[in-house]
Design a protein around this ligand. Structure first.
Ligand SMILES: Cc1cc2nc3c(=O)[nH]c(=O)nc-3n(C[C@H](O)[C@H](O)[C@H](O)COP(=O)(O)OP(=O)(O)OC[C@H]3O[C@@H](n4cnc5c(N)ncnc54)[C@H](O)[C@@H]3O)c2cc1C
Length: 392
């Protein structure tokens, strides 16, 4: 087993690194926008950045050229992500489009869907949100109540979604709905493509503790969509949704590991500069660094698995548990190290305030830590199934 990078891959890494060094926007400092911008200005900034990345050939790395991708392989994709993370480059605001929707369309979509949607995602012409969770169906996703009924060759959607990230500006949604209530939920769900400007959709933003808006409630009242809006086969929505969740847990934001390492480095430098380092903090920094290298090994393992055409599978929960708890450790370290300075108006304070607040939700979205532990214990380790609140 040789997990080192070839000379060609190292040359590609050097090329990406120098492009980033020359092209990161001036207003991007310490992994954040400085000075801070309004929400609308931020949105425009991120869309422009993603378009520039695409124009330079650094997005859709492993996707086929026929659908607008670069036609390279998953290892080059990892390399680009590691460089984006190490440069703490701007994050994607179309992560759902790029990292969930395009991959699932490439996996189970029709040829027409691949040709239409994938290039539009890369060019940032469409932005996406993910309509899975409902008020009483988060961890227990099979309990969703949103219905889709067929009428005169169209689907009529009714129901409510919640915690829908980016729905306040997304142009499209992947929506999980019940298409048959006479069979088990696992056989009676389907996944739909819904345009967010369709009549009957109402988006109500939910403000976060830090005042920003990231997720929303979304109401669907007699929303009509075409028959060809299904992603994957009718009634197979559960399997398709599980595949989407596998991407979300294992291969979204592949730059995370490098970005977290950069955050750790920034904190360690700050501690040295301000002479706040002590033995306990030194030990914590060392322990986080060790876990970050485990995370990198897991990233490589999944990339190697995907390169050989295998499905991600339940072991995605290992990575999900790891990245979400690690980011909270980094956030706690930032609080210890920066202390009152975390309230200051400075790039480093702005950066780690964001890390702190963002990391709170990371052990919840894409499936909570408890659910990841259930999956690992039952489906990977084969332990007996625990009790379920819903009794299923
Ligand atoms: C920042 C953020 C962004 C999100 N974005 C989206 C999005 O874009 N689209 C979307 O569809 N959803 C999104 N979500 C929703 C997210 O997927 C759900 O919050 C998550 O699945 C948990 O569901 P819930 O909130 O209904 O909590 P519940 O399922 O009610 O869980 C409450 C608590 O009980 C625990 N619990 C539940 N069942 C079990 C069990 N069987 N065993 C042990 N413990 C259990 C959970 O771990 C949790 O601690 C987002 C959430 C957050 C925080």
């Amino acid at each position: 087993m040789d997990i080192s990078f070839t000379p060609q891959q190292q040359a590609y890494r050097a090329q990406v690194r120098s492009w980033l060094a020359a092209n990161l926007p001036q207003t991007w400092m310490e992994g954040g926008l400085w000075p801070a911008m309004s929400e609308g200005e931020e949105q425009a900034f991120f869309i422009d950045w993603e378009r520039r990345l695409y124009a330079a050939g650094y997005s859709g790395i492993a996707w086929p050229k026929a659908y607008g991708g670069q036609g390279r392989d998953a290892i080059d994709d990892l390399i680009v992500n590691e460089e984006l993370g190490a440069a703490s480059a701007p994050e994607s605001i179309n992560t759902i489009g790029r990292e969930l929707v395009a991959p699932i369309i490439l996996s189970v979509g029709t040829e027409a869907q691949k040709r239409h949607f994938v290039p539009r995602i890369l060019r940032m012409e469409d932005t996406w949100c993910q309509g899975f969770s409902e008020p009483n169906a988060g961890s227990d996703l099979a309990s969703i109540k949103t219905r889709a009924e067929r009428r005169d060759g169209r689907w009529i959607l009714r129901g409510q979604k919640i915690w829908t990230s980016y729905a306040h500006f997304a142009s499209h949604c992947i929506l999980l709905a019940r298409t048959n209530i006479d069979v088990s939920p696992y056989k009676g769900m389907s996944l739909f493509i819904v345009r967010m400007d369709t009549p009957g959709i109402e988006v109500r933003p939910i403000r976060h503790i830090n005042g920003l808006c990231h997720f929303n409630q979304v109401f669907f009242t007699d929303v009509e969509v075409d028959e060809d809006s299904l992603i994957g086969p009718l009634g197979r929505g559960w399997n398709v949704a599980v595949e989407v969740l596998g991407f979300e847990r294992a291969t979204t934001r592949l730059y995370r590991q490098a970005r977290f390492s950069e955050e750790l480095r920034a904190l360690a430098h700050h501690a040295l500069r301000t002479e706040t380092i002590n033995d306990a903090l030194r030990a914590e920094i060392g322990s986080i660094a060790a876990e970050l290298s485990i995370m990198r090994c897991h990233n490589m393992r999944f990339i190697s698995r995907m390169s050989s055409g295998a499905h991600i599978g339940e072991e995605a929960s290992f990575l999900k548990l790891l990245w979400s708890s690690l980011h909270q450790k980094i956030a706690r370290l930032a609080v210890e190290l920066l202390g009152p300075e975390l309230d200051a108006i400075s790039p480093i304070a702005e950066r780690f305030r964001r890390v702190y607040f963002t990391s709170r939700g990371e052990t919840v979205y894409a499936g909570s830590s408890q659910i990841q532990r259930n999956i690992l214990s039952e489906r990977v380790l084969g332990l007996p199934r625990g009790e379920r609140r819903s009794g299923r």
